[in-house]
Design a protein around this ligand. Structure first.
Ligand SMILES: [Zn+2]
Length: 613
């Protein structure tokens, strides 16, 4: 979130050069290659191995040994590609002004394109061999069995692939099917004329998206927040029929592709890749909708504490309590391993190693990439990029990325390369669990009641934004897609009715409603760019809440829960996400899993009510 505030901003301190930062706060890329010469040798080897791919074309039908040889070559290419790619891309992210590094990065990308081409024959050629034949080969060739899940999943996904003629026809549509998304981007960003408003202190402000969010998050005058809301939403209201036409084209496109491939609905098509049952999304929505009371209680509490006569969507992000506390990095290095004690000593030891072995690039410097991530370098270890600035958000970001990194450590240690990566449907479970454990630890540690309120609010806002809002968005997408699937007209009014109806269904009497909120749907980029995607953040949140709940049980129950959870992390991508989660004791098709988040929110709001009173 952009925290720049027009009214309250102070000048940012000048950025340090990278050379001014002590080495112990930088990652050590020599763990990947000792120098650029070694990188170049690996690059050349990768190039050679990719070229070997073509020699296998047309030979798969000869039997198990040929198939095995290709899979093993793919593994060698993949492992080498990890190191060759990350060595350049991590170095580039240290200082993105470096043209030489940028050129090397692009050099690797060109090699990746060559790789895709060199092996493009593989899937179609394998799929011409009946699955029963390949299964027969696996009984004869034990080494091929490692690839069983990958092979069988390829055949499963093939069920909705058309014949050559059909695929060719569909491929012709890709040229124009991205047009509504491009037009949305142009209308909402490139061609937009941002309005200017006058704040209550007399300052004129141009309300860009960044400013809009900043005003809502920092400006304590409700009139200013209302003015910013009306300015931004007025932009969408002015073009709402155009937005509706563009979104209609997105929906029609999704439905066209779903029908062409023989899916019963757009949702079925979207979930097929990861083999997720539609019941998961339906259960997520149903259970959340019937459990909105803690959400409403939180907003009623906010209205009271903020002393507002009326409470609007633009009053939902201003902090209730403000504490200007700094969190020095060295302190957090002690706290973070302590916070994961419930996961056992071995996990704690591994995390401590991860934090102190040159895996993390801690501070900002001139030219460094913004944000934070964990990069899984197979055969080496994960690397974490931070822009640590001693704030509470930075601390939770570190906890989050450390969760991803521990997932990588365990998955890489226990899986063959082919299954070492994991899907997003599972990926955000360890990161959010890591944050939840850290919150628990910090709440237990602090003796300052204002800090406790800030921590509680941080956790609650996380659940509201990552869970409730994302479920409401999934609910919206489902209803909008159904309009098209049922042959109903998609108009600005119909879309506005759905969105406004949902806002009321989730927030009830806790909000005072503005007519302009009818157009909010038009403002959400992912409705256009990645339909049916962000619900996965909500299911991950529910999954980690369920694990938290199990960790809070008796000693024997806790031990079992830890075992199951670590098994999940060690399983990487060796099966479909639902199956992996079920083995960890998490069943997303059951209401109680979703209710675990609701219970978590309920408990947090109750604590915050007590702290604040
Ligand atoms: Zn994440």
């Amino acid at each position: 979130m952009d925290t720049f505030s027009p009214a309250e901003a102070t000048a940012a301190p000048p950025l340090r050069e990278r050379s001014e930062i002590p080495d112990r706060f930088k990652w050590d890329l020599s763990h990947i290659f000792p120098d650029w010469e070694a990188w170049q040798r690996a690059y050349d080897e990768l190039d050679r191995k990719i070229s070997e791919g073509a020699a296998f074309q047309g030979t798969l039908a000869q039997g198990a040994d040929r198939l095995l040889a290709v899979y093993q070559l793919r593994d060698e290419v993949g492992q080498l590609a990890h190191k060759v790619w990350y060595y350049t891309s991590l170095a580039y992210d240290q200082d993105q002004r470096d043209n030489l590094l940028n050129a090397r990065r692009q050099q690797v990308q060109i090699l990746f394109a060559k790789d895709a081409q060199a092996f493009s024959w593989f899937d179609p050629e394998l799929l011409k061999i009946p699955l029963t034949t390949v299964q027969q080969w696996m009984t004869l060739q034990p080494e091929l069995r490692v690839y069983r899940f990958a092979i069988e999943d390829l055949y499963r996904r093939q069920e909705h692939v058309l014949d050559d003629k059909g695929e060719h026809l569909l491929s012709l549509s890709t040229r124009f099917s991205s047009t509504p998304r491009d037009a949305y981007a142009a209308l909402s960003t490139a061609d937009v004329k941002y309005p200017t408003i006058q704040l209550s202190n007399g300052a004129d402000v141009t309300v860009t998206y960044g400013q809009y969010r900043a005003i809502l998050a920092t400006n304590r005058d409700q009139r200013d927040r209302a003015a910013a809301f009306h300015a931004i939403h007025g932009l969408y209201a002015a073009n709402v029929n155009t937005y509706a036409a563009l979104y209609s084209a997105v929906l029609q496109g999704d439905w066209f592709h779903s029908q062409a491939r023989g899916f019963a609905s757009s949702l079925d098509a979207a979930l097929h890749g990861n083999n997720i049952p539609t019941a998961v999304v339906e259960n997520l929505i149903e259970t959340t909708r019937t459990n909105v009371e803690p959400l409403r209680r939180y907003h009623r509490l906010r209205k009271k504490v903020l002393g507002l006569e009326t409470y609007h969507t633009y009053d939902t992000t201003i902090p209730l309590v403000h504490v200007d506390r700094r969190y020095p990095y060295n302190d957090v290095l002690e706290w973070l391993p302590a916070s994961v004690a419930p996961l056992g000593q071995e996990y704690q030891r591994q995390l401590r190693d991860a934090l102190t072995s040159g895996w993390i690039d801690v501070y900002e410097n001139s030219g460094k990439r913004s944000g934070a991530y964990s990069a899984p370098v197979y055969g080496v270890h994960p690397y974490m990029l931070l822009n640590y600035n001693d704030t509470l958000d930075d601390v939770f970001t570190l906890a989050h990325e450390a969760g991803h990194s521990m997932h990588t450590v365990l998955s890489h240690a226990h899986q063959p390369f082919v299954y070492s990566g994991y899907e997003i449907f599972v990926a955000e479970v360890p990161s959010t669990l890591s944050e939840a454990l850290f919150l628990d630890y910090m709440l237990g540690r602090t003796t300052d009641e204002r800090e406790r309120s800030v921590l509680l609010q941080h956790a609650i806002d996380g659940i509201v934004a990552t869970f409730y809002t994302q479920v409401m968005f999934a609910d919206y997408e489902l209803q909008a897609h159904r309009l098209v699937e049922q042959g109903k007209p998609v108009t600005a009014e119909a879309l506005g009715d759905i969105y406004f109806g949902l806002l009321k269904a989730y927030h009830g009497d806790a909000y005072d409603y503005d007519e302009l909120s009818r157009v909010t749907w038009a403002r959400i980029p992912h409705f256009y760019s990645t339909p049916y995607y962000v619900y996965q953040y909500a299911t991950c949140f529910a999954s980690s809440a369920q694990v938290m709940k199990q960790l809070g049980g008796g000693e024997a129950e806790r031990r079992e829960a830890v075992d199951r959870y670590l098994t999940l992390l060690k399983s990487g991508g060796s099966d479909h996400p639902m199956t992996l989660l079920q083995k960890a004791g998490i069943d997303l098709s059951k209401p109680e899993t979703v209710r675990a988040v609701v219970d978590q929110l309920d408990a947090l709001v109750t604590r915050l009510e007590k702290e604040i009173s």
